[in-house]
Design a binder for this molecule. Structure first.
Ligand code: ZN
Length: 413
């Protein structure tokens, strides 16, 4: 028996829970949600999000099929013509995802005039091919005597101007994002499950109680504004096709920032405690092209977005003579550091290796941060012992007093 992270009860049946719903191409699955909670949350919570107008538009633009196998139509429902409010029209999507209007037929009111010799119907040009079907249906439905019928007339409207009213939800979809944030945190920070606010959130998700949600003030931002993403703009490209989940510790506690299709963005307070993810952050990237969900920690994020570390040195010279010799030499040669096993080693004055990699030494020192941290991250270290590096091509030892370790930004996630 395993504990479900939503109902917090011991359960026997668990199945695949999509942290990011399948209908928006989520590739992040967990198996810590019981079957009951899973199916209940699918309809009560996920649907609020995946049927949000903004999400429907993205699914429509990227041809993302839902569970029924069809692309959602963000313009579903009956609309009317701008210059003729009585004329009803629907917007249809064909198999290729193209949107086109179809005027609904106008049929006379036969109740007023039950016995007819002829009638006029107005149909869309697209319905031309099955006019007989339409007419037969009208005849059958209204009990018209086909024998008496002498003529029918067809009118067409081409490329009409259509008036559409869309309802945009501004609250309920957020619970779908709260579910993602909670599951992402529980899955990656095991001790978070017992957090006070984690218990409150699982109760909200279990009950589907949206009123409680508003009271708790868990959200930063309206869900539509991008300001919340500003601190990450230099590291993450927030591409329209992708989804991003970012977990980080702030002075407000544990926060999850979610960006879906770069159209819905929100910050969610998951805990008031600052004890989780100290000095680290987790970025989950759901890649629609790659069909993958990958999680990056701070180190992996830096490795992906910045170059490998390169080093600069400040040397110590016992006299002006040796300084001048070095300057002359470094002007005429391209200096290269002596690499031992691919590492830059530190030597003592007699040429014996003290640290196989200078990083072993640097890790024990505190550093000062230089560079703009956006495109360059440089740490400056003062050495606290007498150490030398070997320089090629002359293979000579030089005493180092300062090390600069730099990375330069080359990529965005
Ligand atoms: Zn459960």
């Amino acid at each position: 028996m395993q504990t479900c992270i939503i109902c917090r009860k011991k359960k026997a049946d668990f199945n695949d829970e999509h942290v990011i719903p399948d209908s928006i191409q989520g590739y992040y699955h967990i198996n810590t949600v019981c079957t009951d909670c899973n199916s209940r949350m699918g309809s009560a919570i996920d649907n609020k999000l995946i049927n949000h107008k903004f999400i429907e538009f993205q699914r429509f633009l990227f041809n993302i099929k839902g569970k029924s196998g069809s692309i959602p139509n963000p313009f579903s429902g009956t609309h009317h013509l701008v210059d003729n409010p009585d004329r009803k029209v629907v917007l249809e999507i064909d198999g290729k995802g193209n949107l086109s209007p179809r005027l609904l037929p106008i049929v006379p009111n036969f109740k007023k005039e039950p016995i007819v010799d002829s009638f006029i119907i107005q149909v869309d040009k697209k319905d031309e091919g099955h006019l007989d079907e339409i007419i037969d249906k009208i005849i059958l439905r209204n009990g018209i005597d086909k024998q008496r019928l002498t003529s029918t007339k067809i009118e067409r409207e081409i490329d009409p101007y259509i008036s559409i009213t869309l309802n945009i939800d501004t609250q309920d979809f957020k619970v779908g994002m709260l579910k993602m944030a909670y599951e992402f945190a529980v899955d990656n920070i095991p001790e978070y499950f017992n957090d006070e606010l984690a218990r409150t959130i699982s109760k909200i998700l279990y009950k589907g109680d949206f009123q409680d949600l508003v009271k708790k003030v868990l959200f930063f931002g309206s869900g539509f504004d991008k300001e919340i993403l500003a601190p990450f703009q230099n590291l993450i490209s927030f591409e329209k096709k992708n989804h991003y989940l970012i977990l980080l510790s702030t002075k407000h506690g544990l926060i999850c920032i979610i960006n879906l299709f770069n159209i819905l963005s929100i910050g969610i307070r998951l805990s008031n405690s600052t004890k989780y993810l100290k000095n680290d952050l987790l970025v989950g990237k759901n890649d629609l092209d790659d069909h993958s969900f990958k999680i990056f920690n701070t180190r992996e994020l830096i490795e992906f977005t910045f170059t490998e570390m390169s080093f600069g040195f400040e040397y110590y010279f016992s006299d002006d003579q040796s300084r001048m010799e070095f300057e002359l030499f470094s002007n005429e040669n391209i200096l290269s550091h002596y690499h031992d096993d691919g590492h830059i080693a530190f030597y003592n004055s007699s040429g014996q290796i003290v640290y196989r990699s200078l990083l072993d030494k640097l890790e024990s020192l505190s550093s000062r941060s230089l560079g703009d941290t956006i495109n360059e991250m440089t740490s400056e270290y003062d050495l606290d012992e007498e150490l030398y590096i070997k320089l090629l091509p002359q293979n000579k030892l030089y005493r180092v007093i300062k090390v600069f370790a730099s990375r330069y930004r080359i990529n965005k996630l």
